[in-house]
Design a protein. Structure first.
Length: 159
């Protein structure tokens, strides 16, 4: 598997950023981050969207953690995919209860460079310590989940 570097948290905005090199074609990376059946292979156990379009709603779910509401906020195939996601439950997503995860995909000689930047922690309800804690939790999550994505795609690409 490709060696990856861990996610980092910006000390001012609490934005979480991680880039991974994936030895797979850009189209395979795009499919893996936008197709619910493939998302379920590396990001939790449940994924759904009512369509693949800006404004579409859906859910990402993890066993033991519940279902998190999702709304697609940016879609520019094959370069950018972004979604807003919130806390467990079916509430309306707002700046105070959700963050935005934005994937950018770039073709590079070694394969595909995927960068995820999750923003909005600085606007969440609560104090700075709780916002920082949420960012740290998601930083750990992106480390695990993106390593799973790299392994999934590189296994697919070598098959």
């Amino acid at each position: 598997m490709t060696e990856t570097t861990p996610a980092v948290v910006d000390e001012t905005t609490f934005a979480v950023t991680r880039s991974v090199l994936i030895r797979a074609h850009r189209s395979a990376v795009w499919e893996a981050i936008t197709t619910p059946e493939l998302i379920e292979e590396w990001l939790g156990q449940k994924a759904s969207f009512d369509s693949l379009a800006v404004g579409a709603r859906g859910v990402f779910g993890w066993d033991g953690y519940g279902d998190f509401p999702v709304e697609i906020v940016e879609l520019d195939e094959p370069s950018v995919f972004a979604f807003r996601w919130g806390e467990v439950g079916g509430h309306t997503l707002t700046d105070e209860n959700s963050t935005v995860a934005r994937y950018t995909i770039e073709e590079v000689p070694e394969g595909t460079l995927l960068t995820v930047v999750e923003t909005g922690f600085d606007r969440l309800a609560g104090d700075a310590a709780s916002r920082r804690s949420r960012a740290d939790e998601n930083r750990k999550g992106w480390n695990e989940e993106l390593d799973e994505l790299v392994a999934f795609l590189e296994k697919q690409d070598s098959a």
